[in-house]
Design a protein around this ligand. Structure first.
Ligand SMILES: NC(=O)c1ccc[n+]([C@@H]2O[C@H](COP(=O)([O-])OP(=O)(O)OC[C@H]3O[C@@H](n4cnc5c(N)ncnc54)[C@H](OP(=O)(O)O)[C@@H]3O)[C@@H](O)[C@H]2O)c1
Length: 269
């Protein structure tokens, strides 16, 4: 499959790296204004890199839109004349609805994807949504590309991508915030900065791996390590008394509200 990436930044690099690591037969071309990024992608992954849109885009079976949402409209107006009508257009731009992409580009085979930063280490999670006129070929192409950097979930309703944003999309930052807080608490209790960092990191890494490998419900896993009257029980009680669950719920709601607001903003016109 020939894939043209429009934008060669962090997320494009993660996906291109994933495709290279999986040794797929994908032929990669990239458009990016930055010469250093183009050189690095050519050197590291053998990508063909371009500064300008031109006929090379027409050869692509899939065009991945990997620019910031704010510039997507102008970027699409620049590249749309070169995109083949049968190409799959996979947009990873946050918040821009399929309907806007179809309107700005005149292309109909559109799939939207919401990836997250752990894609950079092959442990990503992507929500995928197929536009009304995307077919099975488009879905299979999009899924194959995003599976090269992690897990995927198809959603039937585009609004559900806001929920994906509230979870794995923005969620790595929630976990980093928890790690920061845990690390500070351990420092306050006498550990050095580097020891506290390692302790917090190992806590989250080990717990996530245990949850993945065991396949157990989170509540069950928590109960398994919480003896009545013991140390963990006291800590969990402090979290519950402090309204931890309500706080997480409010954070996810705030994230989804902003995501819907951004969709209205970036998808307009
Ligand atoms: N990073 C994440 O966690 C994440 C998660 C989910 C979704 N996304 C989405 O993924 C998309 C890319 O994010 P990113 O973090 O990879 O951003 P990024 O690192 O800024 O990459 C975007 C690249 O596109 C280039 N660009 C700008 N205008 C262009 C044009 N007309 N043609 C070709 N390239 C152009 C930019 O160059 P300049 O820097 O020179 O402008 C930059 O190198 C965004 O829409 C974002 O919403 C990102």
């Amino acid at each position: 499959m020939k894939i043209a990436f429009i934008g060669g930044g962090n997320m494009a690099r993660a996906i291109i790296g994933g495709l290279a690591a999986k040794k797929t037969d994908a032929e990669i071309a990239v458009k990016d204004p930055n010469a250093d990024k183009r050189d690095a992608l050519a050197r590291d992954f053998g990508a063909q890199c371009f500064e300008q849109a031109s006929d090379w885009i027409a050869k692509a079976d899939m065009v991945v839109l990997a620019v910031k949402p704010q510039v997507l409209k102008s970027c699409l107006q620049e590249i749309a004349p070169f995109i083949s009508d049968s190409a799959t257009v996979l947009s990873i731009a946050a918040a821009v609805p399929v309907e806007s992409i179809v309107r700005w580009s005149g292309k109909t085979h559109v799939v939207r994807c919401l990836p997250n930063t752990p894609a950079m280490v092959g442990c990503g999670f992507s929500g995928l949504y197929a536009g009304a006129q995307a077919d099975d070929v488009d879905k299979n192409r999009a899924e194959a590309v995003m599976k090269s950097v992690g897990r995927v979930l198809w959603v039937e309703d585009e609004d559900r991508l806001h929920v994906v944003t509230g979870g794995p999309g923005s969620g790595p930052a929630y976990v980093f915030l928890f790690m920061e807080a845990l690390s500070s608490a351990l420092e306050n209790a006498g550990m050095s900065k580097s020891e506290a960092h390692e302790l917090a990191l190992s806590t989250v890494e080990g717990a996530a791996l245990l949850a993945r490998r065991s396949g157990e419900d989170f509540a069950k896993l928590r109960e398994n390590v919480t003896s009545k009257g013991g140390t963990t029980a006291k800590a969990v009680e402090a979290f519950e008394d402090g309204g931890f669950r309500d706080l997480v719920d409010a954070a996810v709601q705030a994230c989804m509200n902003r995501s819907r607001e951004m969709s209205r903003l970036f998808g307009a016109s």
